[in-house]
Design a protein around this ligand. Structure first.
Ligand SMILES: *Cc1c(COP(=O)(O)O)cnc(C)c1O
Length: 369
């Protein structure tokens, strides 16, 4: 039986990529804001509907560059239900994560709990549009305004998602994306810092490049977070196809919903009002009492049948010892509930619908009769 992985990277044809990189051999310009890089930045500004897109070498460095540009020092209220990158970025920037619980329907930070966590040391909120589900951007904006906090969105999962017709990149002070091979849109490795505030542009441009101002001056203690031309070229190719890739994902997603909607004890992802989705993941919550077996058992059974689902996100980031050296665990019972029960089923544009059916048959087989 074919192996079905949780994801498979979107790629252009070999010929399309070769054509795209051909002129790199003429220019011999491999990195440092080359032609491909500049063009991709422009095209992404249009696609994402945001004034400034600063490409980065990966999504994690985009988060760190974003945090450094806001010169934050203190506590950042954030979610533990995310990839470790979000939490690591906060700690590596010298700030302290303060973990807030999430909502049981969207798994995003619960805005009604944020205020109780605000102290004199709070400087920002870092929320995650986890699985591409949209955070309560309006409520979060209100709290931020009231307490004068910065808002940074880790939008790593949310490429192409729109809320009320507007790209998510425009929400908060800064939003960051990941263009990693496993994401909806990829540049092999890559990421971006997005913002509308023009006054950040010069600063972020410098920070991304060691903090260098010119040949004799350095303004910031920055990392090297630049994207190279080969990655930008992959990005230009993949951008031509991303809408059709998202559409193919939608068919997979709808097939899952159709097949699994009546299975007892399995909670499917919700549809959000006013949201144009990107169908990045297909997370389901397994309630052992109703379904029959638990998440770990289901995951093991699927793996035995060559179906490699993943426990995204398990464990929570506030359960790692290396994280708890820097901060308190916080009280996040909803996130704990979800992390113990969630499984993300295989989801990618080229996943054949007959494979989706096969996965669903396997899932249904273990439903308590
Ligand atoms: C993938 C991811 C990142 C990191 O992006 P990279 O491009 O892999 O560095 C950050 N946050 C979340 C939520 C992610 O899923």
């Amino acid at each position: 039986m074919d192996r079905i992985n949780v994801t498979q990277s979107s790629m252009p044809s070999y010929e399309e990529y070769i054509e795209e990189i051909r002129d790199i051999w003429d220019s011999k310009w491999l990195t440092n804001m080359g032609k491909k890089h500049e063009l991709l930045q422009k095209k992404l500004q249009d696609y994402l509907g945001v004034e400034n897109v600063m490409l980065c070498v990966n999504g994690h460095s985009a988060l760190e560059v974003a945090l450094q540009s806001e010169e934050l020092q203190g506590e950042i209220i954030t979610t533990p239900f995310t990839f470790i990158s979000t939490t690591n970025a906060i700690i590596r920037s010298g700030c302290t994560p303060v973990f807030c619980d999430v909502k049981p329907d969207t798994y995003t930070i619960d805005p009604d709990l944020i205020e109780s966590l605000i102290t004199e040391r709070t400087v920002a909120i870092m929320a995650v549009h986890v699985y591409g589900l949209v955070c309560d951007v309006e409520k979060i904006a209100k709290i931020a305004e009231k307490y004068k906090l910065k808002v940074i969105y880790d939008a790593a999962h949310a490429f192409g998602v729109k809320y009320k017709g507007q790209g998510l990149a425009s929400y908060g002070d800064i939003s960051t994306f990941s263009f990693h091979a496993t994401k909806v849109y990829n540049t092999i490795e890559g990421g971006a810092v997005c913002f509308n505030n023009a006054s950040l542009k010069d600063k972020i441009t410098k920070i991304r490049d060691f903090g260098i101002k010119d040949s004799e001056n350095v303004d910031y203690v920055g990392p090297n977070a630049k994207m190279n031309e080969f990655c930008a070229a992959m990005g230009l190719c993949n951008l031509r196809h991303v809408d059709s890739e998202i559409n193919k994902r939608k068919n997979v997603y709808l097939r899952y919903i159709k097949n699994l909607k009546d299975v007892k004890g399995i909670k499917l992802p919700i549809l959000q009002d006013d949201v144009q989705m990107n169908y990045a993941y297909f997370p389901v919550i397994i309630n052992e009492n109703e379904y029959g077996i638990n998440r770990d058992e289901l995951c093991a059974i699927l793996a035995k049948n060559n179906i490699f689902a993943r426990k995204y996100f398990y464990p929570l980031t506030n359960q790692f010892e290396c994280v708890l050296k820097y901060c308190e665990k916080g009280n996040t019972p909803v996130a704990e509930y979800i992390t113990q029960r969630v499984i993300t089923l295989p989801m990618y544009a080229d996943l054949k619908l007959e494979f989706v059916d096969r996965i669903c048959e396997m899932v249904k087989k273990y439903e308590k009769k």
